[in-house]
Design a protein around this ligand. Structure first.
Ligand code: ZN
Length: 256
């Protein structure tokens, strides 16, 4: 029986992933999410309903617009499949109210992470609106599942700690290291991960960010002067901590 529900969850995940694609494109442009049907970015023809079926349309059209033949990014089906797989994989063993509430929470966080990740890649922007949605999900969860010292200190360390480091960096080097969106995201994640968890995240995300930067510079994909979006590193490390807590804990104990 669980397998049947899981397959439903996968299909629902594909459809939600399709919506996330719309959010990733329209939210940074302040466009309406639901009123207008999507159009081809190249020829601006409004898509038919059968062009909007997750994954299948992309496969049928062989990755091209049905009207003008412009290439459609592989990112669309990728995000749909990723969201579907997350919905499938997170599905709880039992269907108790508590398990379903945890499921809803973890899936919601994953969806916000996906939007944050790709919008930051595209625009170097961690939107306030997405940070607010994340806060609205994280705060009640933390309130009910952990001691107030855990989430309050975690949030203070995440926000205050990174703000202080950024300020010191600015005083010494005259450069802004982290953006405001990064600092807010660290603060919200601190509420969820607690003081030790957020310190671990800050260390590891800086390490991952530096590693990706060095890799991209050595491959000639970017230059030292060009700022790299930092949000994806924070989000990858946070996903590791939230969805693979045992492994993250082992690494955390080994590091500290
Ligand atoms: Zn087109």
């Amino acid at each position: 029986m669980k397998e049947l529900y899981q397959i439903y969850a996968f299909v629902a995940g594909l459809l939600i992933g399709s919506f996330l694609n719309v959010v990733i494109i329209r939210l940074p442009q302040n466009k309406n999410m639901v009123s207008k049907r999507s159009a081809c970015p190249k020829c601006d023809t409004q898509l038919k309903w059968y062009h909007n079926i997750p994954v299948l349309s992309f496969a049928f059209l062989r990755g091209k617009c049905g009207f003008c033949g412009a290439r459609i990014s592989w990112r669309y089906p990728l995000i749909e499949i990723l969201t579907g797989l997350i919905a499938f994989w997170l599905f709880p063993e039992d269907l108790s109210e508590l398990s379903l509430a945890f499921y809803a929470f973890h899936f919601t966080v994953a969806c916000i992470f996906i939007c944050h990740f790709f919008i930051d890649l595209d625009h170097q922007l961690l939107l306030d609106s997405l940070n607010l949605y994340l806060l609205a999900a994280v705060l009640p969860f933390a309130f009910f599942t952990s001691q107030w010292t855990f989430w309050a200190v975690g949030g203070a360390v995440g926000f205050g700690g990174t703000l202080l480091v950024t300020w010191l960096f600015y005083k010494i080097r005259g450069q802004i290291g982290l953006g405001g969106g990064d600092i807010k995201l660290y603060g919200i994640l601190g509420i969820l991960l607690g003081p030790m968890g957020i310190v671990f995240n800050i260390f590891l995300s800086c390490f991952v960010g530096a590693l990706v930067g060095i890799l991209l510079i050595s491959l000639g994909k970017t230059t030292k002067e060009k700022p790299l979006p930092f949000g994806p590193s924070i989000l990858l490390v946070a996903s590791f901590q939230i969805y693979f807590p045992e492994y993250a804990h082992q690494l955390q104990q080994w590091m500290f």
